[in-house]
Design a binder for this molecule. Structure first.
Ligand SMILES: [Ca+2]
Ligand SMILES: [Ca+2]
Ligand SMILES: [Ca+2]
Length: 369
């Protein structure tokens, strides 16, 4: 029985613990009053304090601006504007009524804030000297959420008197923004929440707006080859595609080094390798490569090559002066332009001797006769 009670107690304790919202820092950027004196036309001067006043000769509108950049992406769970409109001059001028509005600010109170477009939130009234201030505690979530969503990095409060009064001033004002994103518990409509480890730069991390890492968040996560965020495109050449895969042949976009791209199945004119199909009815383009050697020698025509008539150069001549005198002496041809041939055969010498002997016998017989 005791164990059952302890268990029930633990269950109640567990279910009663709720993750607390995270209060976002909203540091004061600037405050002051914009003065229109004389009234009409553009405002003329600035004052350091957020005075609020309207009389026939002058109007002062009070402004306070906060840096809300931390709320740029975090989905807000609450936005509260608290403060007072206090007397700066407690003259009895009847009931004073002040309009309170919010606006997308830039962090600096300037003359052009006098006529800046605003979103009215409420009006507050009080009656000095009996009252010295009127407090306000306003839920402004529905008013500032669209301003932040449109890109505002600062939020401003404007106080404007709607009836003639005496000087008032905005005091003790704070803008409190809270979010459930970052409290380490997944609250609807969050996709994830890892508390202090939320990140817009780490791969696969839960993002600062408590959404899951995804293709298109400018971080290459698991399963992604590329991610250029808003530059991902399924139509731009060489872009990271919307599925976080790189540009490729077959994605229907002609990218670098592709002659064409008609999708994954190609077409009659473009191959699946993204090259142009050659028309089969036309001769192939000259590839610049000579035909292959068949290996057969050219047929012999039977005609010897023509004699050019020019004897080959005598290599001995070109050696002149470099060959140390080893060239044999030339044989004289007696100026006949021919070359003498010495027949060294022994039969030729015997023939000559026999001829001389016959010639000698014939000559002797002729002298005797
Ligand atoms: Ca959360
Ligand atoms: Ca990604
Ligand atoms: Ca392509």
């Amino acid at each position: 029985m005791i164990r059952v009670l302890i268990a029930l107690g633990l269950i109640c304790l567990t279910t009663s613990v709720q993750a607390q919202p995270v209060v976002l820092a909203t540091p004061l950027s600037d405050d002051g009053a914009v003065v229109d004196q004389p009234r009409g036309g553009a405002a003329e001067t600035l004052q350091d304090f957020p005075f609020v006043l309207v009389v026939p000769s002058v109007e002062r509108r009070g402004f306070i601006e906060w840096d809300t950049s931390l709320a740029a992406r975090a989905p807000l769970s609450s936005a509260t504007l608290r403060g007072r409109v206090s007397v700066n001059n407690s003259l009895s001028v009847g009931t004073r009524t002040i309009e309170l509005s919010v606006y997308a600010a830039d962090g600096t109170v300037a003359l052009d804030d006098f006529d800046r477009a605003v979103t009215p939130v409420t009006t507050v009234s009080y009656t000095p000297p009996a009252d010295t201030f009127v407090a306000f505690d306003l839920d402004v979530l529905s008013e500032i959420t669209p301003l932040l969503a449109s890109g505002a990095t600062h939020i401003g409060l404007r106080g404007r008197s709607t009836v003639n009064d005496a000087a008032n001033v905005l005091t003790m004002v704070e803008l409190v923004l809270e979010t459930l994103c970052g409290n380490d518990a997944v609250d609807s409509p969050e996709e994830c929440d890892t508390g202090a480890s939320l990140s817009d730069t780490a791969a696969d991390a839960c993002r600062l707006d408590c959404t899951d890492a995804s293709c298109g968040d400018s971080v290459i996560d698991t399963g992604e080859t590329c991610d250029d965020g808003p530059l991902n495109s399924d139509t731009a050449a060489d872009a990271c595609r919307l599925d976080c895969d790189p540009a490729r042949c077959g994605d229907n976009v002609v990218d670098m080094d592709e002659a064409c791209d008609d999708g994954p199945t190609g077409s009659a004119t473009c191959t699946t390798e993204c090259t142009v199909v050659v028309d089969a009815g036309l001769p192939p383009a000259d590839s610049g490569t000579p035909p292959a050697d068949s290996g057969a020698p050219p047929a012999d025509s039977g005609t010897p090559p023509a004699d050019s008539g020019t004897p080959p150069a005598d290599s001995a001549v070109s050696d002149a002066g470099t060959d140390g005198g080893t060239i044999p002496p030339a044989i004289s041809d007696g100026g006949c332009g021919c070359r003498m041939v010495v027949d060294s055969r022994p039969n030729s010498a015997l023939g000559v001797l026999a001829s001389l002997l016959v010639f000698g016998v014939w000559a002797r017989r002729r002298r005797r006769a």
